[in-house]
Design a binder for this molecule. Structure first.
Ligand code: IZC
Ligand code: ZN
Length: 425
């Protein structure tokens, strides 16, 4: 018997036993008129028909006629935990002052560091819960979240603990990203800051299981290739898995580095070279593309997604939600940039935000598709098909969100009770 059965559904299962690469990114594993039976937070069965054999008097039956049903979105790259905002930089940005120049003047990341350091754990918690509610409302059921606005020992640990303790229905996968910028107090002592990370923070974070991944902003004017390699490999030595901000603005060779040191994913890649893409393929690195950031930085170009797909890579997409270069929690907004900016089809976009995004955070066996035995993270969208979701843009198509088998959004409105969700993955 099932707790919930969704029937009359056009289901995009996104079924796959690994990340979908190359031409397989076109396949959504569609069941035209099917059902999903959910019990104890898990998908018990998926198939054609209405699943009557799973009904009893307690089963909640949801009729999804004329709607599209798909896996909960997975956002594999966000800077969720931060305080304050940076709308005051909009003017500089529009006047053409480059992002890295704003950072060099003590703005950008460093202004968010100031705000984050002075915020209490409670204040940060309140802020991230507001963002997580928005994510849920727009269909995101699992999110990766990086530290990187504390930069000293105490505030990095504070931010990772906020993520760990927040108890929101959206599952959070934590990444330590002390290598996001050199903090003001180490402006003349880069080596001192790198030592703080590699000798004190990384061992503490790993031993206390505060993060599962390590990430580094490998960029001209931020961390060099050599520094990034040293920091990321120290994390690996302590059991953290590697992610890297690679070739976002300048072609630094970050993609090549990702391939060489066994990164799970490399992110951004707007300026990645052919050799870099080749190295990622050889090293089984998942490219996580962030087209909302290209748009918002007014770069005038996007990562070469089509080329990566032609070369047989599995692409994932993320928001990059952060207060500087992409202040949005909405993956549905990112869909439009992925499609209109990079030429991805709706099927490719949906696979990139579900099954491939799940693999980009090493959760491909649990989430990212609608398959028997996986977590019941399911979206019902008020759209007749996948094309419509991108075609009618800038609005929220979510009707219902089911997270871990619980209905948390109904008719586009939040309906979970605070305090009842305490799990974390
Ligand atoms: O706050 O500017 N790119 N890190 C790397 C960011 C953007 C976040 C920010
Ligand atoms: Zn980022």
């Amino acid at each position: 018997m099932a707790d919930i059965v969704i029937k009359n559904a056009r289901i995009l299962t996104c079924k796959s036993s690994g990340p979908k690469f190359g031409k397989y990114m076109q396949e959504l594993g569609i069941i035209e008129k099917g059902f999903i039976a959910i019990e104890n937070g898990i998908i018990k069965e998926v198939g054609e028909g209405s699943g009557e054999r799973f009904y009893n008097e307690h089963t909640k039956i949801i009729d999804a006629k004329n709607k599209t049903v798909l896996p909960g979105f997975v956002d594999p790259h966000t800077h969720l935990v931060h305080y304050g905002s940076r709308e005051d930089e909009l003017d500089l940005k529009l006047k053409g002052v480059p992002y890295i120049e704003i950072l060099k003047r003590g703005g950008g990341i460093l202004s968010t560091v100031k705000a984050t350091r002075s915020a209490s754990k409670d204040e940060l918690m309140k802020k991230i819960k507001k963002s997580l509610d928005l994510m849920l409302l727009w269909g995101t059921t699992t999110v990766e979240a990086k530290s990187g606005y504390g930069l000293n020992f105490e505030d990095e640990v504070k931010c990772l603990n906020v993520l760990k303790d927040c108890g929101h229905p959206v599952d959070i996968v934590r990444t330590y990203m002390g290598a996001h910028a050199i903090p003001e107090e180490y402006k003349h002592d880069r080596e001192g800051y790198i030592k703080l990370m590699t000798e004190e923070v990384i061992p503490y974070v790993a031993e206390n299981k505060l993060a599962e991944f390590i990430d580094c902003f490998c960029e001209e004017g931020v961390f060099s290739i050599e520094e990034s390699e040293r920091i990321l490999l120290k994390g690996k030595e302590y059991g953290l898995k590697i992610k890297i901000h690679a070739d976002e603005i300048e072609p630094m060779g970050g993609a090549e580095l990702a391939g060489r040191i066994g990164a799970v994913s490399a992110e951004h890649l707007v300026a990645a070279s052919d050799e870099g893409i080749e190295a990622m393929k050889k090293g089984n690195v998942i490219p996580v593309l962030l087209p909302g950031t290209s748009f918002y930085l007014r770069l005038g170009k996007y990562a070469r997604a089509r080329k990566m797909i032609e070369m047989g890579l599995p692409i994932a997409l993320a928001t990059d939600y952060n207060p500087g270069t992409c202040p949005t929690e909405s993956l549905q907004s990112i869909m439009v940039f992925a499609s209109m900016g990079m030429g991805l089809t709706p099927s490719e976009v949906i696979n990139a935000m579900t099954i491939n995004a799940a693999y980009a955070i090493c959760r491909g066996n649990e989430i990212g598709s609608i398959e028997k035995g996986k977590k019941a993270d399911v979206l019902i969208m008020d759209a007749p098909n996948e094309n419509y979701i991108i075609y009618h843009f800038g609005i929220n198509h979510i009707d219902t969100v089911i997270k871990n088998g619980e209905i948390v959004v109904r008719e586009g409105m939040l309906c979970y009770k605070e305090g009842e969700f305490t799990w974390n993955i």
